[in-house]
Design a protein around this ligand. Sequence first.
Ligand code: ZN
Length: 333
Amino acid sequence: MGMLHRSAIDAHVHVHPDQAEVLLDVMEANDLSRVVNLGILEVLGIPFQEGMAAFRRALGGRLVYFTAPDFRDTSPGFGTRMAEELERKVEAGAAGLKIFKELGLRYRDADDHLIPVDDPRLDPLWAKAGELGVPVLIHTADPVAFFQPLDEHNERWEELRLHPDWHFGGPEFPDHDALLAQRDRVIERHPATLFIGAHLGNYPEDLAYVDGCLDRYPNLYVDTAARIGEIGRHPAEEVRAFFIKHQDRILFGTDLTMGWDVIEAKETEEEDKADTGSFYEAHWRFFETDERQIEYPGYPIQGRWKVDGIGLPDDVLEKLYVRNAQRLIPGLR
Ligand SMILES: [Zn+2]
C-alpha cells in the first residue's frame, strides 16, 4: 500500500511570495518535490520580477510559476496584447498560463459585455501559448451546485454561505454547461496548444463528460485540484477505471492556498502547517488505498459526505504524481 517516496509534484497551488519559506517546510514535511504556483502575483498585484525573485530565493527550481493575463485592460486588441505579455513573462521565467474562472463569468470588455471563454479576440493568446510551448491551466465554471438556487436545499449551502460571491445562480451568469461548451470550443480550435482543465476538467460530477472530452481532445489534460470530495462520490471502481484509462492525462494538484486571504485566513503558521499535513495525507489515502468512507481533503466544507479510496497501482500513481506534469510543464523536466 502506497509508495515510500512519492516525491510528488503538486501541479496546482496558489502561494504568496511571503509564504515561500513556509511552503518549503510544507514540501519537505509532505514529500513534495516541486509545485506549480498559479496566478497569485497578478491576482494580488505583486510585481512579477519581485515575486519571482522571492520564489527563487526560497525554492530555487522547486517552484514553477504560471502567469495570468490582465483583464483590466480589455480595450480593442486586448488578446494580442495579452499574447505579447505572455511572451515577455515566459522569457522572464513563467512556465505556463493560468486562466481564472472569472473568464466567462465576470471579465468584461470595454463595451461592458461579458467576454465568453471562446471569444475570438482571445485566439492570439491561446495560439501564443502553443507557439511558446507552455500549457494553459484553465478553470472554467465551478461546481454544478454553485449554479443552482441558493437555499438550504443546495448541497453546498454551508460553503456558499461562507463565500456568497461563489454563487453563480443569478440571471447575469451563463449556465454551467454553456461555459464548458465555450471552453471546449477553444480546446478544439487550438489543437497545437496544451490545456490543463483544472478541477478534473471542471466537471467531476460527470465522469462520462470528462472522459468524452479527453477522448475527443488529445491536447487536453486535467488536474485533481480541490475535487477529491466530488470525484470520490462516484463508485470507487468507476473512478479507478477512469484514472487508469486516462493515466497519461491526469495531473496531481491540490489547490493548496497560502497567503491568499480571499480563500482562507489561518491564525498562525503552525496551524497552517498542521493542516497541510492532514490535507496531503487525505490525498494519499484516497489515491493509494481501498479504504471506504474516508474524509476527503478539506472535509467537511464541500459537503457532509465521505469518499472511497481508489487504490491506484504504483505505475499509475507515478504518472499522476510526477511524470505527467514533468512531460507537460517546462521547468519540471
Ligand atoms: Zn486554484
